[in-house]
Ligand binder design. Structure first.
Ligand code: R5P
Length: 342
């Protein structure tokens, strides 16, 4: 098998795929990913992939042109199928944002487990490995009987916060719900900061209410850490509650900026100083907005692709959280500085 990776992209986030390809000093593979007149997805791979190590880069999210989440998923599946039938040696699905992750278990009767359905589809079409980032629930890895590399945006986000002076005893890292505590702990360790937890309830889907805060936020700059921003309600409500408890300012960081529905308006109207996300999802609508910052995780994905292609450890990219050096990790030899793209 050739050690030069072949990269292909659907339409969900071509800019990110091009950025990764540039860092790997390769071109994106030729592929037609379009629609028939009847709206069905049409795919044709435009070059030989026989015997090759192939990566398909496609988050499961809306495209900048407005194609929907389901279009992104269908493009991903049909590209994998086409590449498998064209005799690619190994196909890795690079899914920077794994959509359909919210329904990852039955919380009441007659609900699907959508995250499992998507995993089945990806496996059945022929992917042999998955690379993703900050899964909404880490146990989704177990929905695949395949190797899954669940990368973290944490180093890129922490580097940015450190550069902005948001670290040490000036700040408190806040998890906006009980489910995010482990992620918040990693940020707190890396930034040498204290930790607080907001407790939230959802009286109905996409609506959140803060019930309590554990930990001291008084007199500190709070940095709220989440995996995704959908309606913006979780972070806006958390910010109000944290300020009411005596924090001086609130910043928020999240890996995936979905910004669904009225999210931009909700966040604009909120007391949050800055909303910092990565480019796993295209940044439509808030480019050049002073309150929103988007950081590139292209280098992290490029490093993971290099390491997979050359059979090197991927977890080394993130440091050992039990190590005393976790707060000051040595940069990986192939890591570049994160690039702010806003
Ligand atoms: C919840 O479990 C997640 O970590 C996020 O807090 C949530 O999905 C954000 O959703 P929204 O922005 O709609 O409140």
């Amino acid at each position: 098998m050739s050690h030069t990776p072949l990269l292909f992209s659907g339409n969900a986030n071509k800019q990110l795929a091009e950025d990764i390809a540039k860092r790997l000093k390769v071109h994106l593979g030729k592929a037609l990913v379009a629609k028939f007149k009847n709206e069905e997805t049409r795919v044709e791979i435009g070059e030989n992939v026989r015997g090759s190590e192939v990566f398909v880069i496609q988050p499961i999210c809306k495209s900048p042109k407005g194609d929907g989440v389901n279009d992104a998923l269908m493009e991903l599946l049909l590209m994998i199928d086409a590449l498998r039938r064209a005799s690619a040696a190994r196909i890795t699905a690079v899914i920077p944002y794994y959509g359909y992750a919210k329904q990852d278990k039955k919380t009441k009767g007659r609900e699907p487990i959508s995250a499992k359905v998507v995993a089945n589809l990806i496996k059945v079409t022929g992917a042999k490995r998955i690379v993703t980032m900050d899964l909404h629930a880490a146990q989704i890895q177990g929905f695949f009987d395949l190797p899954v590399d669940n990368l973290m945006a944490m180093p890129v986000l922490c580097n940015y916060l450190k550069k902005e002076g948001l670290c040490d005893d000036k700040i408190v890292i806040v998890s906006p719900d009980a489910g995010g505590v482990h992620r918040a702990e990693l940020f707190a360790k890396r930034l040498n900061a204290s930790l607080a937890i907001v407790f939230k309830r959802r009286p109905e889907p996409d609506v959140s209410e803060v019930t309590d805060i554990v930990g001291d936020v008084t007199g500190k700059v709070a940095v709220v850490v989440d995996d995704m921003i959908s309606t913006g309600g979780t972070l806006a409500k958390a910010a109000e509650a944290i300020l009411a408890r005596g924090a001086t300012k609130v910043y928020t960081v999240a890996t995936h900026g979905i910004f669904a529905g009225e999210a931009i308006d909700v966040l604009e109207a909120s007391p949050i100083e800055k909303v910092i996300v990565t480019n796993t999802i295209p940044f439509a609508g808030v480019e050049n907005h002073p309150k929103f910052v988007q950081l590139s995780i292209a280098q992290t994905l490029a490093d993971a692709i290099t390491r997979i292609t050359t059979n090197r450890s991927v977890s080394e990219l993130f440091g050992d959280e039990e190590s005393p050096n976790f707060a000051n990790p040595l940069p990986a030899p192939d890591a570049l500085e994160p690039v702010a793209v806003s």
